[in-house]
Write a protein that binds this ligand. Sequence first.
Ligand SMILES: *Cc1c(COP(=O)(O)O)cnc(C)c1O
Length: 361
Amino acid sequence: MKQVYFTAGPAEMYPTFEKHLLTAVEQQLGSISHRSQKFRSIYQFTVEQLRTLMNIPDTHGIFFTGSASEVWERVVQNCVEHESFHLVNGSFSKKFYEYSASLRKYAHKQEKPFGEGFDYAEVEVPEYAELICVTHNETSSGVQMREPDIHKLKRSNLKKLIAVDMVSSAPYPELDFGVVDTAFFSVQKAFGLPAGLGVWIANEKCLAKAERLQKYEDATIGAHNSLPMLWKNFKNYETPATPNVIGIYLLGKVAEDLNKIGAETVRKQTEEKYKLLNKYIETSRAFSPSVAEERHRSRTVVVANTRIPSPEVIAQVKQANMIVGSGYGPFKESQIRIANFPAVSFEQVEALIGELKKLEN
Ligand SMILES: *Cc1c(COP(=O)(O)O)cnc(C)c1O
């Protein structure tokens, strides 16, 4: 019996995944050279589909890495000489901060307790921070930072670069790439694809910064997947190292499928499913919202406190062939996490709620 995965990543595969994978096998994409015209066309196609889906202008290059956490390191190496600044409110945003500290940067942070989010007005950016790092969707706690707050943060700090971790929400957020300098995601979250591919979007300002750092004797932008190297290859739709060709192909095809539905409709569907889940959790006797402020509640990873231990909840829904995630870290037993990605339908969310209701007695 097939399971429906409501986990936040790896997650349920997008419904057309299998069809596209079969085509990839038929076309022998596992064997083609990444210096061939065939690969260049695949890279270009994926870039064009992502530009349409996420409204990414030509000022930004789109690059492929091994994962999103690799991009945490690349962004800091290529865009920070001395100081970065991080909004930390959960495990992933904290790791981004720790990467910067490990790279021997002066990493500043503003921190909030687990389950709380940031509004623009309360953020205090240190004077000498070169890069502001925000997490649109903190997957561990189910907290979002709304796009207008992210945009205001950049507009009031125009001389600094801003990086947005949109790993567990892309393509849902409506980021304005007129102000967002760099953003990144992985494909095993909301795109519903197998893991093994990170996507890094960065503009010419990030490139200029990396090129400047490259000239300094006491700074290093690293050897692997440096931004100038990625950009040089990107101009020919190539990659410095041998990439995940099948992953890039699948991403282009799923992005094309989402474009057929339309970014706006995909967003609306996400919101409708979110409302259904949120309303149930707010009124349920077995669950309660883990994020107090509704405006900070993630639209793509819904987190709930459970009255009974979460392993019992997980076991109950598993009987109906549905998989929900446990809480993160110390909240493993007291919370569940439900991914609300495009791969799961309204009907599947309704069915999940039906199962959860059985736990109310
Ligand atoms: C999953 C996740 C990451 C890391 O992605 P990987 O593909 O595992 O490297 C980073 N940030 C957030 C918010 C995530 O959810």
